[in-house]
Design a protein around this ligand. Structure first.
Ligand SMILES: C[S@@+](CC[C@H](N)C(=O)[O-])C[C@H]1O[C@@H](n2cnc3c(N)ncnc32)[C@H](O)[C@@H]1O
Length: 274
């Protein structure tokens, strides 16, 4: 793995683990943009899980990081058992501590592995979830193949896909920090370097990768909007949330759902077929 993007992404997440997404006790202020964003995602996930899956089954949180979604699945979305996988040791430590402190340790298992080859048996997960990971992978095709392999027949795969040439893509390239610099105090504005670590995709790119596995059917595409927008583009949205504009954000959210250039990305909900 030496000198690969994966190595640098792993080191960056190891450095950031303690503070990533608010750390262990993430108590978001109700009038904050993060609160609004995470609630939107929670609503989308609730819709997906109740429409297409079995909450009594086992969910794989692929690239679970500090466990912010592991916690959401267990505590707010009634999933009985979650297996979190990540290659960053420090992220897993935080995810474990978080589960212990919040009392759901018995319902999760954390595994250190590269998503390209997890070592799990074929077809053991009812739901496979990937969020905030596709953009950093050396070999997304291999990871998607692996996620399909470990998903049960008739299970679902929920992929969060960062969208190419979305507002988010553009603002990441202009204002985002190069992941190699995360947690180092440095800042590089070299767009060509950032392009190496932030891969954005068209719907066709990912459909092609999923299609190559020959075992999947697309159930639904759901746009996800602001969460990846950084720098200047996010300032008005943060202001709006702070000043009680959640209703307006909801309206914008619905409007942007129809304009596929603006969303930061989308959830693809995929059924693994026999
Ligand atoms: C941006 S974070 C997102 C974490 C979490 N899904 C969330 O949304 O809070 C990406 C995570 O994916 C992990 N990751 C990236 N590439 C990976 C790979 N090839 N195998 C395992 N984990 C990986 C990183 O260590 C990091 O914890």
């Amino acid at each position: 793995m030496k000198d690969s993007i994966a190595q640098e992404i792993m080191e960056a997440h190891d450095r950031l683990a303690e503070t990533w997404a608010g750390g262990i006790f993430r108590e978001l202020k109700p009038n904050s943009f993060s609160y609004w964003s995470i609630n939107i995602i929670q609503k989308i996930l609730k819709h997906i899980l109740t429409s297409y899956s079995n909450v009594d089954g086992i969910l794989l949180d692929a690239g679970c990081g500090n466990g912010q979604f592991t916690e959401m699945f267990i505590k707010s979305l009634d999933i009985k058992k979650v297996i979190g996988v990540d290659f960053s040791e420090n992220m897993l430590k935080v995810a474990k501590e978080r589960a212990k402190k919040k009392g759901y340790e018995a319902r999760i298992r954390l595994v250190r592995a590269n998503l390209e080859s997890t070592g799990f048996k074929d077809g053991i997960f009812d739901v496979v979830y990937l969020f905030g990971v596709l953009e950093h992978l050396d070999n997304p095709q291999k990871v998607i193949g692996e996620l399909v392999r470990v998903c049960k027949d008739n299970g679902i795969i929920i992929l969060n896909v960062p969208q190419k040439w979305s507002l988010a893509h553009i603002t990441f390239m202009l204002f985002g920090r190069n992941p190699r610099d995360w947690g180092t105090g440095k800042r590089s504005f070299k767009i060509w370097e950032k392009a190496k670590y932030y891969k954005f995709y068209t719907f066709g790119n990912v459909k092609g990768m999923v299609g190559n596995t020959n075992k999947c059917k697309l159930l639904e595409r759901i746009p996800v909007h602001y969460i990846h927008v950084v720098g200047l583009a996010s300032v008005p949205l943060h202001r709006l949330a702070k000043n009680g504009g959640a209703n307006l954000l909801d309206k914008l959210d619905r409007l942007f759902g129809y304009i596929y250039r603006i969303p930061a990305g989308e959830f693809l909900v995929i059924r693994k077929c026999r």
